[in-house]
Design a protein around this ligand. Structure first.
Ligand SMILES: Cc1cc2nc3c(=O)[nH]c(=O)nc-3n(C[C@H](O)[C@H](O)[C@H](O)COP(=O)(O)O)c2cc1C
Length: 225
């Protein structure tokens, strides 16, 4: 069935972003905008689109929930044997996108993902609701299953097996921590003349040519809409 949506058109008028008001630090800018999203009535303000790439260079995307920003890394949790988990294990380059429609804003982040430590994954897993912990144990995420009943049976069986016990985190489930090398902040403006600022990372070199920790320098540039 053919469809036409060409008459759906909105002007974006809710805000603006300028070089004078944007933070020098992209994490600070991200924190400001995420905080706005958390308080504006957005349905899932921490939801982000995660893009990964297959070994033959084909991209794929899906939504996950951001669970924290710690020591300059963005953290999310998933099944390491899912499609995204396998792709990230083979190729850690990743792209994340947040869209906050109520604010007419989006943020893109590019970087590298690494697995969280088992201790970090355990700490988050233990805060999940009981049924989510059982679900993580029995779902072979992204693999073909015969029916919904197969998963429900596995869930009931595992819940019965673990009655009265702490539900342990399965080894194939845990966090990924993303270290960004690029941020882009986009604020919709009238007549499609949107504001866009990108931050790109340049590591400052010491005299010996070795890069020092904590000497990251972010270059900020305005981009054409
Ligand atoms: C709002 C929303 C939040 C989600 N959060 C997560 C999440 O935090 N972790 C996760 O593994 N999947 C999450 N999902 C499901 C994923 O989008 C996806 O279906 C699943 O992870 C399998 O993806 P893959 O086959 O590409 O690996 C979420 C989906 C939606 C719509």
């Amino acid at each position: 069935m053919d469809s036409q949506f060409s008459d759906i058109r909105k002007e974006y008028k809710k805000g603006k972003l300028t070089r004078n008001t944007i933070s020098e630090n992209p994490f600070e800018q991200f924190a400001r905008w995420l905080n706005d999203a958390l308080h504006c009535g957005e349905n899932e303000p921490t939801a982000m689109i995660v893009a990964t790439v297959s070994p033959d260079g084909r991209p794929s995307t899906r939504t996950v929930l951001l669970k924290g920003v710690e020591n300059g890394k963005l953290i999310f949790f998933t099944n390491y044997e899912s499609r995204k988990g396998r792709q990230l294990t083979a190729n850690p380059y990743i792209s994340l996108s947040f869209v906050w429609h109520k604010l007419e804003r989006q943020v893109h982040i590019e970087g590298k993902a690494e697995k969280c430590t088992p201790q970090e994954s355990d700490a988050y897993f233990s805060t999940r609701p009981y049924k989510s912990r059982i679900g993580a144990r029995i779902s072979p995420q992204s693999h073909v299953i015969s029916s919904r009943m197969e998963i429900i049976r596995a869930f009931v069986k595992e819940a019965a097996r673990l009655t009265g016990q702490t539900v342990p985190r399965p080894d194939n489930w845990g966090g990924f921590a993303v270290t960004p090398t690029r941020f882009e902040f986009w604020q919709g403006r009238e007549s499609r003349l949107h504001d866009r600022f990108q931050y790109t990372l340049h590591e400052e070199k010491s005299v010996s040519g070795l890069s020092c920790p904590n000497s990251e320098k972010w270059e900020i540039n305005r981009l054409a809409p």
